[in-house]
Design a protein around this ligand. Structure first.
Ligand code: SF4
Ligand code: SF4
Ligand code: SF4
Length: 274
């Protein structure tokens, strides 16, 4: 059976002892869906089925870090594989892991759930190096996505059109000076990197934090909670969010449901950043 490029990248991150089993399961899922090609969604379904618990370890492939029965952290290709990444995803993963451990999240989950922790009850997180969002931050409890916003600097353009070619959203035009449809811009930073004269510069770069995504019977897409520019701010906000997540678990409320029912301002107030 054929595999999409993205699915191949993902399956390569599975630990060697589950790789073959994971591959077989994903192909079975694709086949049962009437497909001849495995894509990332088939892998997610295979993981979500609960039949292959070890598949949950396939996404976090950094020395010294691993997923467990209570958490599932997904990384994109990041600095190991992708030139588009806007931050060091391994550094971010280590900080996230440190906060989870220091906040005793595993203990809280284990203490509150007195039955086997199935996939939908695990803590789910994603780290994506850019807004392409290959690790699916939109459907996780807490996610971090790299962003880089452009700013026009009139008077330096040499009309090479590299920026126009580089924008995946076709938002850049050039007429003496570049122009960007900023409302539609996803802050991927590609036009900035393509410009040889700094006619398009970086206004801001950092970590965009999303919360409250889930799949299942009633899916909900994660909401952006805040942009932070330094790794220290990132750690601060992650800790506050993990504390909020623990409160939800203790009160037997689903974190994503709490986020769904709140405005972002309410969430920001709850975690003390508004
Ligand atoms: S999310 Fe961006 S940086 Fe990460 S693998 Fe995808 S394209 Fe590359
Ligand atoms: S940042 Fe990305 S989406 Fe925005 S204009 Fe530049 S290339 Fe296009
Ligand atoms: S890449 Fe820079 S110099 Fe080239 S056309 Fe775009 S803005 Fe002008």
């Amino acid at each position: 059976m054929e595999w999409s490029k993205e699915a191949e990248v993902r399956i390569k991150k599975a630990p060697f002892f589950v790789k073959n089993m994971a591959r077989k399961k994903a192909e079975e899922v694709a086949k049962s869906r009437g497909k001849t090609r495995v894509d990332i969604e088939d892998i997610e379904i295979a993981k979500g089925s609960g039949e292959l618990e070890d598949l949950s370890t396939m996404d976090l492939a950094i020395d010294g870090l691993k997923n467990t029965n209570f958490r599932d952290m997904a990384l994109c290709g990041g600095i190991r594989e992708c030139p588009l990444t806007l931050f060091n995803d391994e550094e971010v993963a280590r900080i996230f892991d440190k906060v989870i451990k220091e906040e005793d999240l595993e203990k809280v989950i284990k203490g509150a759930i007195d039955e086997p922790i199935l996939y939908h009850k695990k803590f789910k997180a994603a780290i994506s190096g850019c807004p392409n969002s290959c690790s699916h931050p939109q459907i996780k409890d807490i996610s971090i996505v790299g962003y880089s916003s452009p700013k026009i600097n009139d008077g330096y353009c040499i009309g090479c059109y590299q920026c126009v070619k580089s924008c995946p959203e076709k938002l850049v035009t050039v007429d003496k000076n570049p122009r960007i449809d900023i409302k539609e811009c996803i802050d991927c930073g590609r036009c900035i990197r393509s410009c040889p004269t700094e006619s398009i510069r970086e206004l801001e770069k950092g970590y965009r934090i999303y919360i409250g995504g889930r799949l299942g019977r009633r899916p909900h897409l994660a909401k952006k909670v805040v942009d932070v520019k330094s790794i220290q701010e990132l750690e601060y906000v992650l800790r506050k969010l993990i504390v909020l997540y623990k409160q939800c678990i203790i009160q037997r409320k689903r974190f994503s449901k709490t986020v769904e029912e709140s405005t972002i301002e309410e969430i920001q107030r709850k975690i003390g950043i508004h």
